[in-house]
Design a protein around this ligand. Structure first.
Ligand code: AMP
Length: 198
């Protein structure tokens, strides 16, 4: 994977471990010669990650809607800033130019971006790996929710392959490199059969 898109907080989070994870991610991207695609902001974990990778001499590409640029939170010191019309277009652009996606701890924006990428991969609109860096067990409750959704028959077990979860970034990136998209054929047959049976 040459370019990885990272979704993470526009806030710093409490304590140091989230900030350390953002800096560590930049270190590992630099070591592995991976370019960073992200939301283009100059705030929160996003800023720490982008600043660190720029300082090391890596490549950082931001994608930001005009509305956020106007609020003056665009990072002015990155390799390239792509300006788009709106939040929806931003996700499309980030998806188009990246080879995979990693979520670090964050809030609603991070959740929105992560689940959109999972949905697009589930539908085979794209076939790109997705990872969660589970620093400090931050995503445990979300993973519990996905398992609950599988148990209650709203998510399919085979779709749990959509997500790689690890608290070690190098291992996570290695696992993502082994990702193989699964055919959605059987899933479509099954949900049609479910409709017929009720
Ligand atoms: P959040 O997790 O709610 O802090 O939002 C962070 C994620 O949503 C990032 O991955 C961004 O792409 C996007 N985002 C949300 N708020 C902002 C912001 N103020 N500036 C830039 N990107 C943002």
């Amino acid at each position: 994977m040459k370019k990885i898109c990272v979704f993470c907080g526009s806030s710093m989070g409490k304590g140091n471990q989230y900030k350390e994870a953002a800096v560590e991610l930049a270190n590992i991207f630099f070591e592995k010669n991976i370019s960073l695609v992200y939301g283009g902001a100059d705030v929160g974990l996003m800023k720490l990650m982008a600043d660190r990778l720029m300082k090391l001499g890596g490549e950082v590409i931001g994608v930001m809607p005009q509305m956020l640029v106007d609020k003056e939170i665009a990072h002015q010191g990155i390799s390239k800033l792509i300006i788009v019309e709106n939040m929806a277009e931003r996700k499309l652009k980030m998806a188009e130019i990246s080879d995979g996606f990693i979520a670090l701890p964050g809030g609603l924006g991070t959740l929105d971006e992560l689940t959109e990428m999972m949905t697009l991969t589930q539908l085979r609109v794209q076939d790109k790996p997705i990872g969660i860096l589970n620093t400090n067990g931050f995503f445990n409750h979300l993973i519990e929710f996905f398992n609950h959704s599988i148990n209650e028959g709203f998510m399919r077990d085979e779709h749990s392959h959509l997500l790689n979860v690890n608290s070690n970034l190098s291992t996570l990136i290695d696992h993502m490199g082994n990702f193989e998209a699964k055919a959605m054929h059987q899933w479509i047959i099954d949900i049609k059969n479910e409709r017929r049976d009720h």
